[in-house]
Design a protein around this ligand. Structure first.
Ligand SMILES: CC(C)(COP(=O)(O)OP(=O)(O)OC[C@H]1O[C@@H](n2cnc3c(N)ncnc32)[C@H](O)[C@@H]1OP(=O)(O)O)[C@@H](O)C(=O)NCCC(=O)NCCS
Length: 158
């Protein structure tokens, strides 16, 4: 598996594989990381370079879940944030998704101590307007605490 920033000419291939690529392109350096097996996209995560930066839209194709790809994407995002000088990284997770929250906590994310955030209304994603009604918890991690790539247990992904 190889994780790298998405290039414009790879976008159609990622969408055709069944991934959402929901976040609209921004002109501030924010970017998608995509996990590949050869020419086949397996999953993605968006790194929004806000202050603090945030990992968003973590998605792995259903048939490839449970092999550590989501973990590897989030850890790579943390290293990319660290390389850009950010010492913290945040992620928000729906209060209705305790399994996903547990996944992030295993990586080292902890509750950021912020109030739960209710999100309602319409947001614009790649495919058009999307109606949302969700309650989000914010988690954060020190980017220095994320293991280096060489420490990653590759056995889970093979
Ligand atoms: C959440 C998601 C990205 C995890 O990807 P992944 O590659 O399966 O993650 P990993 O293999 O690194 O970790 C798997 C762990 O994630 C958790 N998990 C959460 N939702 C899961 C799901 N639908 N299927 C499998 N595992 C899930 C489990 O605790 C699992 O632990 P286990 O392997 O001990 O059973 C993936 O399930 C997904 O794309 N879900 C739909 C989109 C979504 O909810 N994204 C999160 C938005 S905040």
């Amino acid at each position: 598996m190889n994780i790298r920033p998405l290039t414009d000419d790879e976008r159609d291939r990622v969408v055709a594989a069944g991934l959402g690529l929901a976040r609209l392109p921004r002109d501030d350096g924010s970017f998608y990381l995509v996990a590949w097996d050869g020419d086949d996209p397996l999953g993605h995560a968006h790194l929004a370079l806000d202050d603090p930066p945030e990992v968003q839209d973590v998605e792995v194709l259903e048939r490839h879940r449970g092999r550590g790809i989501g973990t590897a994407l989030v850890e790579t995002a943390a290293r990319e944030a660290a390389a850009r000088g950010y010492d913290r990284l945040t992620i928000t997770v729906s209060v209705g998704k305790p399994d996903v929250q547990a996944l992030y906590e295993r990586i080292g994310f902890r509750d950021a101590g912020l109030p739960l955030r209710r999100v309602t209304g319409t947001v614009l994603i790649r495919t058009g307007p999307l109606t949302v009604d969700d309650t989000l918890r914010t988690l954060s991690i020190s980017t220095a605490a994320v293991r280096r790539e060489s420490d990653t247990d590759h056995r889970r992904t093979t």
